[in-house]
Write a new protein. Structure first.
Lengths: 107, 107, 107, 107, 107, 107
């Protein structure tokens, strides 16, 4: 499973207790992050954007941490993603994600 | 205004009747699509992803059409974006966006 | 039932076939639109705002039409509501609602 | 693929052009609708509820049509699902789904 | 009021200070959970599904706790509900709900 | 910048590190809260409604605190806003906002 961001507590319990769900998620994950044209890093930034647009604090944190640890993305890169969130989703999701970003890259 | 996607009927009426809103949107748009690191095309693909994740048919169509006309993005590129939508937002928004994509790139 | 906006086809069929649901909705509606302090017109504008923020074209149209027919609200009033939608919910829901507004007040 | 609801135009094009995505979705679908305890029909009704709560007209229609054709669910059954949508998601998604229900079971 | 899940702090204060709202909610609740065909337990599982699909941690917890205390629902039953959430709403809401489930049924 | 609600930690860091975004947000904010007809207080109540409808605890708190400190809005006024949220968005967002309201106006 290329993408490690889902290896949280939740997925660990799924793996043990519901292996059929786990296998399906792993396969889906593999298909998703094996794009034909876009590289994996760009897809990760897209995942950050979607999590931020949905105002999902937990998912934003997971995705930013994963993007930083796997690709060493910079604050400016994530902020370029969040700029689009500001325009398309408004101030509250933008500010929420900016706070998470500052927290993760402990300003 | 770099980004032409918002020049629909709505923005035209805003420009004439509410120039203060129009000017603020143009400035915001400029700030958003002048990222420090990511190029404009990547930001456009992120806008496609957010529109698709929100299941907003009209916005998906606008953003895909804009991405095609400005950057000649391919079907594979958009599909790589939509793969992430499938994983993070589920089947219904994914299929809705796939249908729009097929429609725009008149399969 | 003070608020007539829900008397569409849907509510008519509910009234006939599911009177228990109908009665509960009528009572809820009555309690909602009998605010202690805010007048009914302000509450209607709030309903427009929520529908617009949720990018729900149908609900936006219903609410604007209802606000126009019951209170003769002006385009400027609705636009002042939509300004807040722009800031808090982003461009796509804003433009969608502006298009509906222009349509209803057939510019 | 037990669940036929996704065999729309979108999935057909995916199958031909992006078989890796198609296979992953089929496997996921299989894992999802092979619950340990709940029967498939109950899971279908849950899918109706989620589509209705998300105010997704197209998905509501697909899911209701699928539930009717596969399990011959009655109007009362779907309405019992939509009652929960009314309480948890408010009037606009409820009415939108009621309209679809009336349309599908062409009253 | 059949459904006790809403008897949190919020509803208690509403009862005392805004009895008109309280009464309307109690009546609505009664109408909602008095389905014609589906049993109350199935409707509760539907409420779990909607809360999970909306990524609402607090509501998921309330609904799962209520379903456990009123019907002694098992982990497998809730997971069968969450399987549908995974397919229709994506990984982040699914994992969030799985974490809550593990927490409530303190694995 | 008329509206002080966004002067949280997030906006402070934006001002220092991304002045172009900051300036665009300040201008947008100015255009939004300079309505032609509605007064600023009504627009603030609309912002409370949208935050509550979106089930965004953090934004609800910010907006209620801001409305209280700037306009000394009463609990009854906010509750009249939340009544509309109950009807249009359902119980969970309503109760979440009621809890925040009770917390802010520390009952």
């Amino acid at each position: 499973m290329k993408e490690k961001v889902f290896y949280g507590k939740g997925m660990k319990s799924i793996k043990e207790e519901y292996p059929d769900i786990y296998d399906a998620v792993v396969d889906l994950n593999e298909a998703v992050y094996s794009g034909k044209v876009l590289d994996y890093k760009t897809q990760k930034l897209i995942a950050v954007a979607i999590a931020a647009s949905n105002s999902d604090r937990r998912a934003v944190k997971k995705q930013i941490m994963s993007a930083v640890s796997e690709f060493n993305v910079s604050k400016d890169e994530v902020m370029d993603v969040l700029r689009v969130v500001l325009l398309t989703s408004g101030m509250p999701p933008f500010i929420k994600a900016v706070n998470v970003l500052n927290e993760v890259l402990n300003e």
